[in-house]
Design a protein around this ligand. Structure first.
Ligand code: ADP
Ligand code: MG
Length: 437
């Protein structure tokens, strides 16, 4: 291939790299090369059939769009398997590289139990007492950042504490896919099978990623059966319940349903407070009660978000050489959360009407009574300030008013905000409510 095409391929790979995770890039793209790139077709050499299958089903569109972006051509993509490359790879025990990813802080002792996770926590503990007997498989599911990985790794740590010679494997599903790819490259499938089946407990994190690999689906089905039939414990986590996992055949889904399914929910305020207590002490920071409450009330989406808020609060206190107090926490919280918050005009209208005890229809009407005009102007001002909408668009939303009316309202309230303490405090209170998650 000539120099120009080689450079183009490099740029295409760079673009692909930006759109996938490091792990994905290393697994699927680091061993491929292109030996012909023309307007009508591109030949991409891949190390084995498995990589070919995965690239074809999951990455063809990304490859096509990246080629188009760089070269403005839409060639047909052909993956070609180059067997010579496969033979030269060294044998390697891939399991040992992956298994180390267990966080020593993810223990049962550090896991705060509340209404949201009581069942899952109890089930995880009972798995350690009698692996393979009580709940098999144990299937833990729930949205992101609420403790699935923590709980799974707690099982790992606790099991090894009780059985120092016990055989347990913890892997993310993506690691498992990588291991399988490498195993296949080395023609080492029997080693893979031996390692996975000759254990007491198998923990697989984020099993929903199984849908990414046909080969793993097949392998995992047999691994599951082998372990289950010899009463070995299987614990799986997922971001959804088994029936909602897409592109995985019924025979596996039904097996995921055989044991006990536990859902992890978002933490309620009391659990959040206890988590904040625990995490802040692990981080070595002291928080006044009102700061803890502020965080617990405002960061409600998941525990990971609580943690990153604590880190930000700590950083801010360090930078300002300040103690952590309510004011500092408020500032941090709003700066931090603002990034993720999209404030909608609907929400502004809703919150403003509530504050002034008006119904929304009145606020949006043509009624010119002062008790309605002022809240309406405030809502217009906040919309202009907190959203990207133009005066014109805001006018349309507020019953088809002219943009000059909105501009007038904006200037008027802006002035009042500077001149009147009362208006300023109303506006602050409204903004705070709007910025809450
Ligand atoms: P998931 O796997 O569900 O996406 P993680 O297990 O990675 O979430 O949890 C995200 C972070 O929140 C981790 O640092 C974890 O320690 C923490 N965490 C989640 N739930 C709890 C809990 N109940 N008690 C203490 N920490 C928790
Ligand atoms: Mg996780």
């Amino acid at each position: 291939m000539d120099f120009k095409k080689r450079t183009a391929w490099k740029s295409i790979l760079k673009l692909i790299e930006k759109n996938v995770t490091n792990n994905q890039f290393n697994t699927w793209f680091s061993n491929i090369s292109v030996n012909n790139l023309t307007k009508s077709s591109v030949k991409i050499e891949v190390p084995n059939l498995f990589v070919k299958e995965c690239l074809t089903s999951n990455y063809t569109e990304l490859i096509k769009s990246s080629i188009y972006e760089v070269c403005k051509i839409k060639p047909k993509i052909n993956f070609i398997c180059d067997n010579k490359k496969t033979r030269n790879l060294i044998k390697h025990n891939y399991f040992d590289d992956c298994i180390s990813n267990v966080n020593k802080n993810y223990t049962f002792e550090n896991f705060i139990v509340g209404q949201c996770n009581r069942l899952a926590n109890a089930a995880a503990k009972s798995v350690i007492e009698s692996p393979g007997y009580m709940y098999n498989p144990l299937f833990i599911y729930g949205s992101t950042g609420i403790g699935k990985t923590h709980l799974l790794q707690s099982i790992y740590i606790s099991f090894l504490k009780n059985n120092s010679n016990g055989k347990i494997i913890y892997l993310t599903c993506e690691d498992l896919i990588n291991i399988l790819v490498n195993t296949l490259q080395n023609n080492d499938l029997s080693n893979f099978r031996d390692r996975l089946r000759n254990i007491d407990v198998l923990l697989i994190d984020d099993i929903h990623f199984l849908s990414k690999s046909e080969q793993l689906k097949e392998e995992f089905f047999h691994t599951f059966n082998a372990l289950y039939n010899s009463q070995k414990q299987i614990v799986l986590t997922s971001d959804r319940q088994p029936d909602k996992i897409k592109n995985v055949e019924e025979r596996l889904i039904s097996r995921f349903n055989w044991g006990l399914k536990c859902k992890l929910d978002q933490p309620d305020i009391e659990t959040s407070l206890a988590i904040i207590e625990k995490k802040s002490s692990l981080m070595g920071i002291k928080l006044p009660l009102d700061v803890k409450q502020l965080i617990a009330q405002n960061v409600t989406s998941n525990v990971r978000e609580i943690e990153s808020t604590l880190i930000k609060v700590k950083e801010k206190a360090l930078i300002n050489k300040n103690n952590i107090n309510l004011e500092l926490a408020k500032n941090t919280l709003y700066e931090h959360l603002n990034k993720n918050i999209e404030i909608s005009i609907d929400k502004i209208v809703q919150v403003t009407s509530k504050q002034f005890n008006l119904n929304i229809t009145k606020l949006l009407s043509k009624n010119r009574t002062k008790s309605i005009t002022l809240p309406r102007q405030i809502a217009m001002y906040l919309t202009r300030k907190l959203t990207k909408l133009s005066f014109n668009e805001i006018g349309c939303y507020f019953g088809g008013r002219d943009h000059s009316t909105v501009m007038y309202a904006y200037e008027k309230i802006k002035k009042a905000n500077n001149e009147s303490k009362n208006t300023n405090s109303i506006l602050n209170s409204l903004e705070n409510q709007l910025k809450r998650v």
